[in-house]
Ligand binder design. Sequence first.
Ligand code: ASP
Ligand code: MG
Length: 421
Amino acid sequence: MKKIIVQKFGGTSVADTERIKSVAKIVTNEKENGNDVVVVVSAMGHTTDHLVRMAQTLNPNPSEREMDMLLSTGECVSMALLTMAIQALGYEAVSFNAAQVGIFTENVHTKARIIDIKTDKLRKNLNEGKIIVVAGFQGITSDGEITTLGRGGSDTSAVALAAALNAERCDIYTDVEGVYTTDPRVVPNASKLDEISYEEMLELAHAGANVLHPRSVETAKQYEVPLRVRSSFKTDNLGTLILGVDKMEINKPVAGVAEDSSQIRIVVCDIPDTPGEAATLFGSLAKKNVSVDMIIQSYARKSSNTNDIAFTINKADLPQAQEVLNEVKDKLNAGDIKIDDNIAKVSIIGAGMIDRPGIASTMFQTLAESGINIRMISTSEIKISCLINKEDAQKAVKALHEVFALGSDEVADVKGTLPDV
Ligand code: ASP
Ligand code: MG
């Protein structure tokens, strides 16, 4: 049986008919390699943004069902045009929307999750030698309603299709050459990673590097689909391969540095030091769908028998969080509530930091030497994040990138002197 390669092309890769012609070449080259090819496309250029703006001029609060009806059209345009371009090169090709394939999602509009993908039609057409082009970002419910997967969701469509078809690989073609050690706009000598693990990529994605839709990486990890991120503009560059940590050769303790300025910090002061207070606060936030990232509870003050709880949330969730805080403030008997949006989170990420002492202390020392004050710290097995003042963010990223030698091939010296985390 032939190997199946799933290729996904983002908006900039299919922005106009010239770009679509070059994508058709990339697709048919893969077919010439002797593989079966399933292509997933995003809407052309900024089509989706444009559709959103049009909707908003007609109705500030459009129904989610109609938004899905509207936004799902963008991908239908690019799938048909790309199929025509492939056919013009003398290949057999056919396009399908999500309903035709059977990409079933839950019954939720604008951010549905994929539940099941039917593969019979795809396999039949592949067996007939055809190249298949599928509309990304969209799905269908069991009662025939059109849904979408959330902005950037075509990546997830592609990975889910690759998993369902047991594909050899999923290639995500985009406008960058791969995954970088940090944002090359901030650190010009940032280097492209040849390999990175799913776990690291997920942490990078959540820490503010928006190369891939995080859910696509989760799906790839779950079904062990090897993912390649590469440029549709520079095809001689193989990009970055994302795979299981067990299949990688780790040579650097830190793979990347990320920065996220989309959070705000909330401090609830003088909460009585009794059981159940944190549960009330975070339980109420969870009920309003506000996800919390970093949390610090201070040591209880003996004199007043109270402590402070500081936490960070996404800026967009502030209105809901404020509602919750107004509700629970009296219940908690809390004092002042302080909200601070002058913050940034910088994170270092690396599967190689497991069992490697000194990484955390090197990070803290580097920030200290740059005169940067750390306001909160959180850690996971493969990530250390520090909350700092927003104006220090770029300086912090540059200093950390430098100290962990991410711009070159040498392994960083991480012998710290402070206790390890
Ligand atoms: N066209 C959709 C968006 O702009 C989906 C995607 O591009 O992945 O969000
Ligand atoms: Mg995208």
